[in-house]
Design a binder for this molecule. Sequence first.
Ligand code: ZN
Length: 339
Amino acid sequence: MGKFSFEHSFEIDTLKRLIAHHQGKFRHQSLLDLHYRGESLSVTAIELGLQDKPCPTVLFVGGVHGVERIGAQVVLSFLGSLLNRLPWDRHLQALLKEVRLSFVPVANPVGFLQGSRSNGNHVDLMRNAPIDAEEKVTFLVGGHRLTNKLPWYRGKNGMETETKVLVDYVHELQKTSTSVTALDAHSGFGLADHIWFPYAHTKKPFEGMGYIYHLKQLFDRGYPHHGHYKIAPQSHYYQTHGDIWDYLAKANPSDRPFIPLTLEMGSWAWVKKNPRQIFNFSGYFNPQKTHRHHRILRRHVVLMQFLIEAAYANVLENIDTEQLGRLQVDAERHWARNR
Ligand SMILES: [Zn+2]
């Protein structure tokens, strides 16, 4: 761990290759330039689709935690698939005339090179936003300011640059979109595939829960054999300080829907099937066998495709105030029962 190895830059190299290979098909910008042991790194954002007027936006984020490489890979492989389909897929071409798709596949590049959960300052970016839990959090895991030698460290000097640029970028998207749906891909929690939504800092119901309940119903009916996702507020599992998505949900500068979803891929299932992984630290978070790897990469395509189709259909925009009120009541009832 912490040992430099070329293997750890596979995702960064893949991103560079995608950019070189598909130039002209998208816009890309560096949100942040970083230097690590003589390497130049950047937090890169890639955008496809409508640019010059407000539209639904779907944002895919990966690699917030440097050890959870599968998250970056899931985002990169979906991006690669879209770029390869773009020249011939007329439906995708039409979709991109009305929707913006945005990708930040490797949000913590130094963590990737170091092979660490945290960034270069040993700060856990998902505990680093300026928001405190309202109830007591689990010791250490919930975020702490004891020492940067322990994981889940919140940092002492405000937002780390990686956190700040992601927050600023999402604020920009919120201001220029009719809705923003975000999917942030992680791994390492439990056996099942979870989709978490705010809040992580409190047990209070998220104001956007009605929208999520609606999306859940459409997904369940449209893809009845993809019920492997457990969708719930993160606080049903544990509470944390400093969650970036909680902070962004609270600080949304517009009154338009902002739906941040965290995909927590169930990595324990891989450990159970291949117990030797327990002795390999990165094995906790990444499937090791090739066939399993392919299965994970294809397992979430339907979900990601669903999110961009829902954006294209203006599903969130079309919900009126009265319907939203009813959905919110149903949502609160549903998640109060299922906890
Ligand atoms: Zn994570």
